[in-house]
Ligand binder design. Structure first.
Ligand code: ZN
Length: 173
């Protein structure tokens, strides 16, 4: 649980910068703004299992159970540096600071959600297991001294920490 909380000494310098609420471009491109500061210029992306939405900031209105496929978060260059430092050096999960409203994901249509609810859950569980297994593999490769891209290791750590914390919080689900 403690991993979800970003301590007061960690400074997301850009977090407090005033930004208009919706600077997200609508160019038909899938790319979303930085999930920490809404800067439309992003340099890195993390792909996470649908349930990770629950751990993000402002996720209240999004039903992660209706999400199809993975959830992507984008980061600008300077916030990425902070995220990398947190995940790789400090050992903290930045997910709680990431704005779910800036995440990229697909939602099932309402009708489809009603008729295929059971199948949807199975698909989601399968995606989660698959992404978790891949993340653990990446982590083990790193621990075994293999060369792992920093970005891949960040994604692996955030995936493992986030899912572990969420499962701990909701053992019944
Ligand atoms: Zn940013």
């Amino acid at each position: 649980m403690r991993r979800l909380v970003v301590g007061p000494r960690v400074c997301f310098a850009t977090l407090k910068r005033a930004q208009p609420l919706d600077t997200a471009m609508y160019t038909g491109k899938r790319e979303r703004p930085c999930c920490l500061c809404r800067n439309p210029e992003t340099s890195h992306r993390l792909d996470l299992p649908p349930r990770a939405i629950e751990a993000m900031a402002r996720s209240g209105r999004i039903s992660w159970r209706d999400v199809v496929g993975e959830v992507s978060l984008y980061f600008c260059e300077s916030d990425w540096e902070t995220v990398e430092e947190l995940a790789l050096e400090v050992g903290m999960n930045p997910i709680g600071k990431c704005n779910a409203a800036c995440a990229d994901f697909d939602l099932r249509e309402d009708f489809e959600a009603l008729t295929n609810e059971v199948r949807g859950r199975q698909d989601q569980d399968a995606i989660e297991e698959e992404m978790l297994a891949a993340a653990k593999e990446t982590r083990q490769a790193h621990e075994a001294g293999e060369t792992v891209e920093a970005r891949d290791l960040v994604e692996a750590r955030v995936t493992v920490w986030t899912i572990a914390d969420l499962r701990e919080e909701q053992p019944a689900d």
